[in-house]
Write a protein that binds this ligand. Sequence first.
Ligand SMILES: Cc1cc2nc3c(=O)[nH]c(=O)nc-3n(C[C@H](O)[C@H](O)[C@H](O)COP(=O)(O)OP(=O)(O)OC[C@H]3O[C@@H](n4cnc5c(N)ncnc54)[C@H](O)[C@@H]3O)c2cc1C
Length: 398
Amino acid sequence: MSAVADGSPVEVETLIAGGGVGGLTAALALARAGRPVRLLERALEFTEIGFGIQLGPNATRALDGLGVLDELLPLAVQPRELLYMDALSGERITSIDLGDAFVARYGHPYVVVHRSDLQRKLLGACVREPLVTIETGRELVAFEEDADGVTVRCADGASYRAQALIAADGLNSRVRGTIARGEPRAEGFVAYRGTIPIADMTPRAEADAMVMWVAPDTHMVQYKVRGGALYNQVAVFRSRRFDAGDPDWGSPEELDEHYQAFCEPVRVAASQLGRKHRYPMADRDPIATWTTARVALLGDAAHPMLPVLAQGGCQAIEDGIALPVAFAGAADVPAALSAYERRRAPRAGRVQSSARRFAEVCHIGGVGVELRNALFGQHDPQDYTVLDWLYDDAEVRA
Ligand SMILES: Cc1cc2nc3c(=O)[nH]c(=O)nc-3n(C[C@H](O)[C@H](O)[C@H](O)COP(=O)(O)OP(=O)(O)OC[C@H]3O[C@@H](n4cnc5c(N)ncnc54)[C@H](O)[C@@H]3O)c2cc1C
């Protein structure tokens, strides 16, 4: 039935607004649990996304549970280690061993993958699922909640009547404002990112590692994706022009100027990045309330975070698989959404706050650089105790 045919709202059980990693995971997880879902994505189509994403074992475990991981692994890369490097001196600071000991501890691997490959696999699984209906070109512009449900209106005039609305509509969520106050927090950090063919990469990248370069107000991440065929690079820096109120802050010229200060591999990598898209970065403060009786926030709409822990997408995936668990034990929609919030808000909030703190450590300047490097340098690559809360299954389920 067309959502715009006769002007009356289309009745649906669960409506998801937003088809990013969070919305697609939620759609798949709910449908697998027997709940019909309709997902509205404002883009006209699911297009190629030109960069990678890291998935910790908390996310690969969830994807495995949804039957998506086996399909994804041939396209993914499992880095042997995460290497922290000083972008000024070019020296190694510390590393985390992501090999057998890591996989044995958490039961699932740390993988890096092209975002388009992740999107394609999640979307493909949703399309094969009879209980999922996906509509593109549908932008939620308004909604109204009453005791029995939610009425949603889209920019093209389509309307829906749902028992529950899951807002997976990203950082600038249209739904969030009715649940929580506040604007995204931006501090002038901007990212440039993209992939290059493996043949064009710098020699360091030959190592089977994921590399995180850190320096004052700066970090850069490098890793292979698409089974090793492409090299993904992300360069982040804090724009000084942002402080001066320059509307052109974080421009490609400023990227070039900023990265001149660093060691050669970092300068070379920065010069290889596409300049067409600039990604200003923002997070928000954690919030305890994600839901009303019939509306719930999910993913970046609920908990946008700085990317240094590489967990924004992973937490969105955790949200997605938490929904059917919450519905299974609940008498009705309000009880289910309340259970979802109780399960997810404290944990995702902790990850958000930790990401902000870890960003400060990565971006520290002055004498802090030496202190950080000395402290991190004492870390045993196979000591995972600081990571257990983030990746361990029992912790994730608590
Ligand atoms: C530089 C950088 C690197 C990162 N690296 C990692 C990483 O390695 N690992 C990781 O886990 N996370 C990473 N993240 C974070 C991750 O990208 C996000 O947390 C994740 O994409 C959030 O997914 P989402 O589905 O909640 O939102 P989004 O991906 O933003 O998806 C929202 C979707 O909703 C649609 N939409 C928006 N408004 C509407 C509307 N009104 N109606 C209908 N549809 C709408 C949008 O078109 C979009 O498709 C990184 C972020 C940055 C900036």
